[in-house]
Design a protein around this ligand. Structure first.
Ligand SMILES: *Cc1c(COP(=O)(O)O)cnc(C)c1O
Length: 396
């Protein structure tokens, strides 16, 4: 009887999820380094009592123009709104088709459907997880009104191939760069290749504000003008409604906070890249390169690692094991959009987009934020090594 109790309790101890040893994303660690600057900037806005758009927002937009190299930067209320506004400015509406990837956050597809248009999902590249330009070319019809490549996890899509397909067919491109501010392809910033680029300042993005915020970039003056009108009810001049718009503006408080953080962004991205290099060395050291597919950074691209996402077999068992070890992970994304109930009308079935569906079963994201220590990275990889060592012992 005694031994039974002992066996029972020890079994329970190994099964119960442990408290995470450190957070998946530690925003407090970053805040500690800029606390007084942020609070000072917020205080100045409070003293000004100017809360919506205004000089603080204009200064931020100028700084983002020089950061991205885009001719025009237009802030708005969220990354989701940036996508919606871009499609509105391009005149996307009922019965139009917009080509995009199903391996993305819900906002990408949602913006299309909210305008009465039809998302045409196409499959992704199995190594980069980004939209496959060859599948884009095949999906173009007379109704195609836009293409939305998503620069997932911090790595840009193959914009050369996508822009070639788009310009051959005279179809505008809207980049969903919500996860990729600062990422480059052939030396050029994310969000500056297409007709419009959309960014998010959601707190978990590489440049996050203290709530919701978003940005549009464009090199087209006509689009920039349209976007500046659309975000204020379609009235670029107060009460002069030139079009039907929405209310989607950035708050001065958010702009002030972002103005404190923007000068640190390149350093933070470099710290994420350094962590990624360290992870790669550790995966090699623990002899895991066969068990784990690491993120790729093809020649000519700069990955800014909003996520460090690896691909494995037995993903869910690995995740449970890591949870028991106190190692935090996330799944981006557990389901591809084309199989979600909200897109049921499209009539897709399992198997329609096999690469995206497999990614949803096999991809798992590890902590990668700038403030992680070398010991924490080692804790993550050694816990993964322990999982594969024990499943080999069991002959799995
Ligand atoms: C975060 C995100 C969005 C939406 O941004 P919000 O600011 O949260 O509205 C859109 N697309 C992708 C790929 C994202 O990661």
């Amino acid at each position: 009887m005694n031994t039974e109790v002992l066996v029972d309790s020890s079994a329970k101890r190994t099964q119960a999820p442990a408290k995470p040893l450190f957070p998946f994303l530690d925003l407090k660690a970053q805040f500690r380094t800029i606390r007084s600057e942020v609070l000072g900037a917020m205080e100045a806005v409070m003293d000004s009592q100017h809360f919506i758009l205004g000089p603080e927002v204009e200064r931020l937009e100028k700084q983002l123009e020089s950061f991205t190299g885009a001719k025009f930067a237009i802030s708005c209320a969220s990354g989701s709104d940036a996508l919606l506004l871009a499609l509105m400015a391009l005149g996307v509406g009922r019965d139009d088709e917009v080509i995009t990837t199903p391996f993305t956050f819900g906002a990408t597809g949602g913006a299309i459907v909210r305008l009465g248009a039809r998302p045409v999902f196409v499959d992704i590249d199995p190594r980069t997880y980004n939209i496959d330009p060859a599948t884009v070319a095949k999906a173009i019809t007379r109704k195609t009104k836009a293409i939305i490549p998503v620069h997932l996890f911090g790595l840009m899509s193959d914009m050369e191939a996508i822009m070639a397909v788009a310009s051959q067919n005279r179809i505008p491109v809207v980049e969903d760069a919500a996860q990729s501010l600062g990422s480059t392809y052939q030396g050029r910033q994310a969000g500056t290749f297409g007709d419009a680029g959309c960014f998010s300042f959601f707190p978990s993005k590489n440049l996050g504000c203290a709530g919701d915020g978003g940005l549009l970039c464009s090199n087209r003056e006509d689009l920039a003008k349209e976007l500046r009108g659309l975000r204020v009810h379609g009235a670029p001049k107060k009460y002069h409604y030139e079009m039907i718009g929405i209310n989607s503006r950035l708050d001065a408080l958010q702009a002030a906070i972002l103005r404190v953080k923007l000068p640190h962004l390149n350093k933070w991205s470099e710290a994420r890249r350094e962590n990624a290099r360290h992870y790669r060395a550790l995966f090699e050291k623990y002899d895991l390169l066969k068990a784990v597919q690491l993120p790729v950074e093809p020649e000519g691209y700069t990955h800014v690692y909003n996520q460090f996402s690896i691909r494995v077999k037995k993903r869910d068992a690995l995740r449970n094991h890591l949870q028991r070890c106190g190692v935090p992970t996330e799944i981006y994304y557990p389901y591809p959009l084309h199989l979600e109930p909200a897109y049921g009308l499209l009539g897709h079935r399992e198997g329609d987009m096999p690469v995206s569906e497999a990614a949803c079963r096999e991809v798992i994201s590890l902590p990668i934020y700038p403030e992680l220590t070398a010991e924490q990275l080692e804790t993550v990889v050694s816990a993964i090594a322990a999982f594969y060592a024990s499943s080999e012992l069991k002959g799995e």
